[in-house]
Design a protein around this ligand. Structure first.
Ligand code: GDP
Length: 310
């Protein structure tokens, strides 16, 4: 059975509450139980975050909501991650900008947002922590409009939907005068705003590697988005290298994401974000493509960071 897939990236300043909100989304959609998350999250976090002992969002999380699969991709909180921003944005068709209702938009997320606007991605604004005694949601909304204008957002981009959330309680509302009861307004906004992943499942295979992961058993894993075609576990494919050479390899295992975990799959769904094993030597920006009809995508150019860490 094929699933309808929506891919969204989340942009938030550290501590504005993205982990808490995504946890609440997972719980309310029934994708995950309360304590399941921690170990996976720690595994997916980088060393610095592990040392500091803070919980962070997994790089890829998938939420099942009715007949939809919503892949949520984390974006780095700082511009000094360079090309990681572009790569994360390649995986998605919209972004959710999450802003603390008291602190407002902070400079560290400006770079990521500017890249999302450049990429013409629709934005959903979530003004979070509206329960804070010092919350000032209307002012924060105006600050976000100012930021969009400063970043040359288009008229269309300025018409972003706005949600007000309390991530801790798992509540969202589109109207501050009407207190919410759950996250349904947020899910509905995602369904309405994030375009369904497009492409042709029967077309020439184009699977773009946007990140790497590692498994003790399977070695290097390519995290990739299925733009076109269908990949099966065990299939022989080409890796189209950054220099344009084609290298043959055999896919040993395939995974998609479910909650914060990877789950085995036999065959990919169009538009999904997957993890692929059997791809030793593959690197970010390369395409996995078919032997019969190779159709590599342009490699992702990895920019040097343009803004120093703040
Ligand atoms: P992240 O760094 O963006 O992933 O932020 P976390 O989800 O880890 O949240 C940072 C802190 O803000 C934690 O102490 C949370 O309990 C708190 N927090 C998250 N959401 C809310 C909220 O809606 N209201 C309030 N008052 N606190 C929140």
């Amino acid at each position: 059975m094929s699933t309808v897939i929506r891919n969204i990236a989340i942009i938030a300043h550290v501590d504005h509450g993205k982990t808490t909100l995504v946890d609440a989304m997972l719980k309310q959609s029934g994708t995950f139980r309360a304590n399941e998350a921690v170990a996976d999250r720690v595994m997916d976090s980088n060393d610095l975050e592990r040392e500091r002992g803070i919980t962070i969002l997994a790089k890829n999380t998938a939420i099942f909501y009715h007949d939809l699969k919503i892949n949520i991709v984390d974006t780095p909180g700082h511009a000094d991650f360079g090309g990681e921003v572009e790569r994360a944005l390649k995986m998605v068709d919209a972004v959710m900008l999450l802003v603390d209702a008291s602190e407002g938009p902070l400079p560290q997320t400006r770079y990521v947002l500017s890249k999302a606007l450049e990429a013409k991605l629709p934005v959903i604004l979530t003004v979070n922590k509206i329960d804070r005694p010092d919350a000032r949601p209307q002012e924060v909304l105006n600050e976000v409009y100012d930021l969009f204008i400063d970043l040359d957002a288009s008229e269309e981009q300025l018409e972003f939907p706005v949600l007000y959330t309390n991530g801790k309680l798992g509540i969202a509302t589109t109207d501050l005068a009407v207190p919410g009861t759950d996250l349904q307004p947020l899910f509905e906004t995602i369904v309405k705003t994030v375009p369904p992943a497009k492409g042709d499942a029967n077309g020439a295979m184009q699977i773009l590697v946007t990140n790497l992961d590692y498994s003790d058993y399977l070695g290097r894993l390519a995290i990739a988005r299925v733009f076109n075609g269908t990949l099966r576990s065990g299939e022989e494919v080409y890796i189209s290298k950054l220099d344009g050479k084609l290298e043959k390899t055999k896919i040993t295992k395939l995974f998609s994401f479910s909650g914060l975990k990877r789950t085995d799959i036999e065959v990919t769904e169009l538009g999904d974000i997957v993890a692929i094993a059997g791809v030793t030597g593959i690197t970010i920006g390369e395409t996995i493509t078919g032997i019969d009809n190779p159709a590599p995508l342009p490699p992702i150019v990895i920019d040097e960071p343009t803004i120093a860490m703040q």
